[in-house]
Design a protein around this ligand. Structure first.
Ligand SMILES: NC(=O)c1ccc[n+]([C@@H]2O[C@H](COP(=O)([O-])OP(=O)(O)OC[C@H]3O[C@@H](n4cnc5c(N)ncnc54)[C@H](OP(=O)(O)O)[C@@H]3O)[C@@H](O)[C@H]2O)c1
Length: 223
């Protein structure tokens, strides 16, 4: 993962800062022993770019929980290839898989996160009663209620189903149309935290697992 390189007109060699995996982190959170920052020199000479590849400059980095599964050293972890589209994940969960009836109760965990903030708003637009849980009061859930008795979900015949949003890409056009309309009408409001500089990646990544992030976490590495 790299960024922050500036392309100077007079040269085709740029310096790029990148985080690299120095050691796999099979358990717990990665530390500075696992993820390290370095500066590399990248040549943009035409001959140095392999066939069918391209050189590009990163402007924004999306910081997502799925990245954790990439550094465990296990190949059989769930690969969340579409983690960069939290709105789409929420839309598939609420509109396609869950599809709750108006008036029904919808519970959203990590409700202030990248996926949760969209899922809660989409369920409200469907006329549902939404209860979200967050790791702290500062994340300001609309209603502070939790599941008081997990056994209640048996009597209510709650359905649990896993999904990967990448399996629903055939619905992406429909999602884009609906979401664009909701956003233009102010019915769905995204929340972002945009930090500056590739150096802040580690701190922002760890924040996903320590309850200190709110909304979608993004890092701006160039403008
Ligand atoms: N299936 C798919 O296709 C798909 C696609 C995208 C994302 N996802 C998954 O959806 C989840 C949310 O993604 P996101 O981008 O919206 O992340 P996020 O909510 O922005 O960040 C993670 C949040 O999870 C909560 N959390 C952290 N550790 C936890 C723990 N041990 N137990 C319970 N909650 C914990 C924290 O919220 P609180 O402080 O509020 O507890 C944290 O802010 C992730 O698991 C991600 O991998 C799945």
């Amino acid at each position: 993962m790299g960024g922050g390189g500036g392309v100077a007109a007079a040269t085709t060699v740029v310096e790029s800062r990148e985080w690299y995996l120095a050691a796999i982190a099979p358990e717990n959170l990665p530390t500075s022993d696992h993820l390290k920052l370095r500066t590399v020199t990248v040549s943009l000479d035409y001959e140095s770019i392999p066939d069918e590849q391209m050189a590009l400059q990163l402007l924004l980095i999306s910081v997502d929980p799925y990245l954790r599964s990439r550094i465990t050293g296990r190949d059989n972890g769930i690969r969340d290839r579409e983690g960069r589209v939290p709105g789409f994940t929420a839309w598939v969960g609420i509109k396609v898989i869950g599809n709750p009836d108006p008036g029904s109760n919808v519970f959203i965990s990590a409700a202030a996160g990248g996926v949760g903030m969209f899922a809660g708003q989409l369920a409200k637009l469907k006329g549902c009663r939404v209860v979200g849980s967050t790791g702290s009061d500062e994340k300001n859930p609309a209603e502070r209620e939790g599941l008081k008795n997990l056994l209640n979900i048996v009597g209510k015949e709650v359905k649990m189903e896993g999904f990967l949003c990448g399996s629903f890409l055939n619905r992406f056009g429909e999602f884009s149309q609906q979401m664009e309309k909701y956003m233009k009408e102010g019915k769905i409001k995204p929340k972002h935290k945009i930090d500056q500089g590739i150096e802040s990646f580690f701190e922002n990544f760890v924040s996903l697992f320590s309850s200190s992030n709110v909304g979608k976490v993004i890092i701006q590495v160039a403008s």
